[in-house]
Ligand binder design. Structure first.
Ligand SMILES: Nc1ncnc2c1ncn2[C@@H]1O[C@H](COP(=O)(O)OP(=O)(O)OP(=O)(O)O)[C@@H](O)[C@H]1O
Length: 245
């Protein structure tokens, strides 16, 4: 697949914060219609990578493109790409419904779309409560509702399963499958192996540098090996050695 056919194309991407190297020489592509899990332990560079992809953090070197262009140069980027990420979310003092209405107006969408996405994420009953009173799981649902507002082709979701209860996790999995079934591409970051194993088609494993990029099936031998075991082989298991790979 050429870089122009890819929904996401990351080429030799690097980010350094002074002495700290967050990401180094990262290259991977995301194919259309796939659910892709970006995996790595805490501090591996997942959020930094997604932020560079969305033009929120400037790379030290390399490039990141969405639909063949840097996000900042992509026409109708906020309609084509839905984002759920800490710091891109709602204003705590407003209600969920009010917050979504502001986003809908900003995006030039009809107010009726707000009710649709509230229903889609199961927040109808809590829609008029203040966001500051929401549980973490409710915030995740609201973030996803915001990401879905413009009916985007690509969803970029940073740790979407964080804080969800078992019902919420099952709901998220079914929802993501349905969205991908409608032809959307989904790039999500996570460190929840069991969840990722049940949700994604492809895997990108990073630990500053790229450790794996390909199908989940290929990595786990068609499900004969646990993703968690494969993951530790790729990034190193601190319980077996004193040094991280
Ligand atoms: N603005 C910043 N200034 C300095 N260092 C940063 C900054 N943002 C990230 N880092 C560092 O870059 C590295 C990667 O961080 P990043 O948040 O991308 O990891 P992550 O994989 O998303 O981790 P987590 O799973 O804990 O969210 C870490 O060492 C982090 O401390």
């Amino acid at each position: 697949m050429s870089a122009t056919d890819a929904v996401v194309a990351v080429e030799n991407l690097a980010k350094r914060y002074g002495e700290v190297t967050a990401v180094e020489d990262l290259t991977f592509r995301v194919r259309p219609g796939r659910i892709v899990g970006l995996l790595g332990r805490n501090g591996a560079g997942k959020t930094t990578t997604l932020r560079m992809l969305l033009g929120l953090t400037r790379p030290s070197s390399g490039t990141a493109a969405v639909f063949g262009r840097p996000y900042a140069e992509l026409p109708r980027a906020s309609h084509r790409v839905g984002v759920s990420m800490e710091g891109v979310g709602p204003t705590p003092g407003t209600s969920g419904r009010r917050d979504l209405k502001i986003w809908a107006k900003t995006l030039g969408l009809p107010a009726a779309r707000v009710d649709e996405v509230l229903h889609e994420v199961g927040l109808d009953d809590a829609a008029d409560r203040k966001v500051k009173g929401y549980s973490l799981g409710m915030r995740q649902r609201l973030n996803l509702a915001t990401a879905l507002l413009a009916d985007p082709e690509l969803l970029v979701l940073d740790e979407p399963a964080n804080g969800l209860d078992p019902d919420g996790i099952r709901w998220l999995r079914t929802t993501l499958r349905r969205l991908a079934g409608e032809g959307r591409t989904i790039l999500l970051s996570s460190h929840l192996m069991a969840e990722v194993e049940q949700t994604v088609d492809d895997i990108v494993v990073i630990q500053q540098t790229l450790r794996y990029c390909g199908s989940l099936d290929e990595l786990t031998g068609g499900g004969t090996r646990r993703l968690e075991d494969c993951f530790f082989e790729l990034v190193g298991d601190p319980s077996r050695s004193q040094t991280h790979a």
